[in-house]
Write a protein that binds this ligand. Sequence first.
Ligand code: GDP
Length: 369
Amino acid sequence: GQDIKKCSGCGIRLQSTAQGEPGYLPDKAWEREPVICQRCFRIKNYNEASSVAVDQDEFLRLLGQIGGKNALVIHIVDLFDFEGSLISGLQRFVGNNPVILAVNKTDLLPKVTNWNKVLNWVQKSCKEHGLRTVDIVLCSAKKNQGFDRLLESVAARRGDRDVYVVGATNVGKSTLINRLIRDYSDLDQELTTSRYPGTTLDMVNIPLDDGKFIIDTPGIVYPWRYSELVSREDLGAIMPENPLKPMVYQLNEGQTLFFGGLGRFDFVQGEHQSFTCFVSGRLKIHRTKLERADELFEEHAGELLSPPTRERLAEMPEWTRHELRIPKGSRLDVFMSGLGWVKVNSDQGALVAVHVPRGVKVLLRPSLI
Ligand code: GDP
């Protein structure tokens, strides 16, 4: 029967129920002989790596295996969702193997960004998360920036190690891998998927011009990111495509900002001051009175306050309220994983609250920019 068939390319157990997970192939493709999964099919026929995703447990099992090998790890994170996409505990799993952090999507920050400051910020954050990196490379897979730097760093540090690329979903891992294939791989040579004993996970070996390989791993699904909660249609609204345009709001206490119908920011208490929103330009910001906010949402979510539409709203988790105190004289970001952040430069201090779907990671951090 179908349920015991394995992919003749990577050996993974085949399935037709979950597209985007390892071993998927469409119903009609079961007739192919030999039968291979959609991912191997793409690699074989189009030389194109595609993302597959796995849950945290499965991913950590895989990471543990890397710890036992002589490996160089490239950890790719999304600069727009840094805390949401950083693999916490990575250090424990990779053991003494060196880690290069590739901070992707630099094209999303405003053009005038002070990159030294960003680099410092990333270094500090890594330290706080207990991640030791041998190098940090700011890059943009989309704009093809920072890649030479990344490859140089890999070349300088790899020795005889295998290079593993790890990251959460949607951070740009396959965009990066496909760039590497295009720019540094001999296209005559076929990409191979290879099977590691004792794991159900498939990884893709990418041959580079120098005869060495880079190994793509499945993307890890983190449930605390907006990108995992919203529908495919709304993903386009929350993920910025162009450089962020900071939106400055002068607010009095008792005012609220809605980010479409996806999130809400309340200025609960404090002196009149400015709040700078870094969210996708496709997400409309609506200002209202705090005392009217619940009612407005009841009446207008899915219409005036959208995305999401009413139907898709019904599929989202209930909102939770997070109250946050901004100390006097601090420069902080109120961060909502995958949606963006609100920068607060508070001389007097402030009490704010955000409302986001249950499970979304919310935190205060030193201002990124
Ligand atoms: P993966 O799930 O990690 O393999 O991510 P993908 O490569 O499929 O990319 C996820 C989304 O991020 C896609 O919509 C890409 O277009 C976008 N993306 C990838 N790299 C960049 C980048 O450098 N800048 C921007 N702005 N978007 C990117």
